[in-house]
Design a protein around this ligand. Structure first.
Ligand SMILES: Cc1cc2nc3c(=O)[nH]c(=O)nc-3n(C[C@H](O)[C@H](O)[C@H](O)COP(=O)(O)OP(=O)(O)OC[C@H]3O[C@@H](n4cnc5c(N)ncnc54)[C@H](O)[C@@H]3O)c2cc1C
Length: 394
C-alpha cells in the first residue's frame, strides 16, 4: 500500500517535484536513490491522472535522432528489469513495433533510420511489404511500400508503471501528496525559495517541473517561457479477442497505431491535424469525439480488414505537450538556480521517461553535464538548433 498523503505538506523539503506522472515519479525515485532526502511529489489530482494514465503504453526505439534513440534504448533496458526492480508487475511485453509507410518517398529516410538505429545497437530491420505478413498475417499490404521492424520494442501498462514507481518512492521515504495543487512559486535572489500549495507552503531549494501539459503555465509562474503547446489525442479500445497480434503497428503515413493488450483488446489511436493547439490549461478539452471514433475505425479496418467485425467498447482523450521539434525540453535555465523542467514529450514521454528521470536526477544532484540533456535544453530554440525527429506519429 502507498499511503496517499492528503495532510498539510511538510514545511521544508530538499526537493519538490510537481506531477505524479511517469516523469515526476521516475525523477523522485532516482533522486532518492542518489541519496536526496526529504523529497515531496505534489500532485493536484491522482497518480497517473495526467497524460501518463491516458497513454497507449507504447515503447519504441525507432527514431531518427540519436538522443531519442538513446533515451528510448536505455529506457527499454530499464523496462526489461522494471518489475523486478520495483517489486511490482508492470506488464512489459516485447512484441516489437512494425512501422509501415504507403509513401515511396519515405523509404530513403526509413533506411537511414535503420542504419542509425543499428549503429546504436538497436536491432531494427527494413522489410518489404510481403515480409510484413510474417509479423502481422492479414495486414492489408496492398498500398504498403515498406516497413521497419524492431523486435525489442513493446508495451507496458501505464498505471502499473506509475503505481510501481510510487510504491518504490514510498519505500525510499519520498512523500507523495495527492489532491494537492501547486499555487505559486517564490524565487529569491535568483533561486527557488518556496513552493505554495493549497495545503501549505514548502521551503525548498529545488523545484522540478514535471507537470506535463501544465508545465508551460507552471514555468510561466517563475518567468520561464516554454514554447510548448497542447493537443488532444484520443484512444479507442475494442472488446477482448483471442491473441492475434504481437507487435504495435504504426503508420507514418496517416498516424494510426494499434496493438493488442494482454486482456485481448485492440488499443489504438490516430492523430488528427484538425485538432486545435492550446497553450492555457483553461482551454484544454479532453472530451471524446465521434469524429475520432470514425477516423480510427476507418483507418483500422482499411489496414486490418478483419477488425471490421470487432466491437469498439470505449474511448478516452488526453493531452500531448508538444514542442516545436517534438522532442522533450530538459534541464534548468541560467539565472534561476534550483529550477528544472522535464517536459514537452509529445506522444513519447512514457517510453523515454525512465531513463530521462535517471539522467536528470544525476544532473540535478551532481551538476554534471549530460550530453543528451544539454542537446535537449530550452535554449536550443533561441539558437535555432532544432532537429525534428522525422518519425513522430500519433
Ligand atoms: C492519447 C495518448 C497516447 C499516448 N501514447 C503514448 C505511447 O504509446 N507511448 C509514449 O511513450 N507516450 C505516449 N503518450 C505521451 C505520454 O503519455 C506523455 O508524454 C507522458 O505521459 C508525460 O508524462 P509526464 O509525467 O511528463 O506528464 P503527466 O503524466 O501529464 O503528469 C503531469 C502531472 O502533473 C500534475 N500537475 C500539473 N500541474 C500541477 C500543479 N500545479 N500542481 C500539482 N500537480 C500538477 C498533473 O495532474 C499530472 O498528473 C500518449 C499521450 C496521449 C494523450
Amino acid at each position: 500500500m502507498i499511503p496517499l498523503n492528503r495532510d498539510p505538506v511538510p514545511a521544508t523539503a530538499d526537493a519538490v517535484v510537481v506531477g505524479a506522472g511517469i516523469n515526476g515519479l521516475t525523477t523522485a525515485y532516482e533522486l532518492a536513490r542518489l541519496g536526496v532526502r526529504d523529497i515531496v511529489v505534489i500532485e493536484k489530482s491522482y497518480i497517473g491522472s495526467g497524460s501518463t494514465g491516458r497513454c497507449g503504453g507504447g515503447i519504441r526505439q525507432q527514431w531518427t535522432t540519436e538522443e531519442n534513440i538513446r533515451l528510448a534504448q536505455e529506457s527499454v533496458g530499464m523496462y526489461e528489469n522494471m518489475s523486478a526492480e520495483l517489486g511490482y508487475q508492470v506488464f512489459f511485453r516485447q512484441g516489437g513495433y512494425l512501422m509501415i509507410t504507403e509513401n515511396e518517398a519515405d523509404l530513403p529516410a526509413m533506411r537511414r533510420a535503420v542504419e542509425l538505429q543499428n549503429r546504436c545497437n538497436v536491432p531494427t530491420s527494413f522489410l518489404e511489404p510481403s515480409e510484413c505478413l510474417k509479423i502481422v498475417p492479414d495486414l492489408n499490404i496492398s498500398r504498403l511500400k515498406g516497413a521497419t521492424f524492431c523486435p525489442k520494442d513493446g508495451t507496458a501498462y501505464p498505471f502499473a508503471v506509475v503505481w510501481g514507481y510510487a510504491r518504490a518512492c514510498h519505500r525510499l521515504g519520498v512523500k507523495i501528496s495527492i489532491r494537492t495543487a501547486v499555487t505559486g512559486i517564490t524565487v529569491a535572489d535568483g533561486r527557488i525559495a518556496r513552493v505554495d500549495t493549497d495545503r501549505g507552503s514548502i521551503a525548498t531549494p529545488i523545484l522540478v517541473n514535471c507537470a506535463g501539459p501544465w508545465s508551460r503555465s507552471l514555468a510561466a509562474s517563475v518567468g520561464v517561457n516554454l514554447p510548448n503547446r497542447q493537443e488532444r489525442h484520443e484512444i479507442m479500445v475494442s472488446e477482448s479477442l483471442k491473441p492475434f497480434l504481437d507487435p504495435m503497428v504504426i503508420s507514418i503515413t496517416n498516424g494510426i497505431y494499434f496493438s493488442q493488450s494482454m486482456r485481448g483488446e485492440i488499443v489504438g489511436g490516430i492523430g488528427d491535424p484538425a485538432e486545435p493547439h492550446w497553450t492555457e490549461p483553461g482551454q484544454f478539452d479532453t472530451r471524446s469525439q465521434l469524429r475520432f471514433a470514425v477516423r480510427f475505425a476507418r483507418a483500422l479496418t482499411d489496414l486490418y480488414p478483419r477488425a471490421g467485425d470487432v466491437r469498439m467498447m470505449r474511448q478516452w482523450a488526453g493531452m500531448y505537450d508538444v514542442t516545436p521539434d517534438h522532442r522533450p525540453i530538459l534541464g534548468g535555465v541560467p539565472g534561476l538556480d534550483g529550477y528544472y523542467h522535464i517536459c514537452g514529450f509529445s506522444g513519447h514521454g512514457f517510453m523515454l521517461g525512465p531513463m530521462t528521470g535517471r539522467r536528470m536526477a544525476k544532473h540535478i544532484t551532481t551538476g554534471a553535464e549530460d550530453p543528451i540533456i544539454a542537446s535537449l535544453s530550452l535554449d536550443r530554440f533561441d539558437k535555432g538548433d532544432i532537429q525534428p525527429d522525422a518519425f513522430v506519429v500519433g
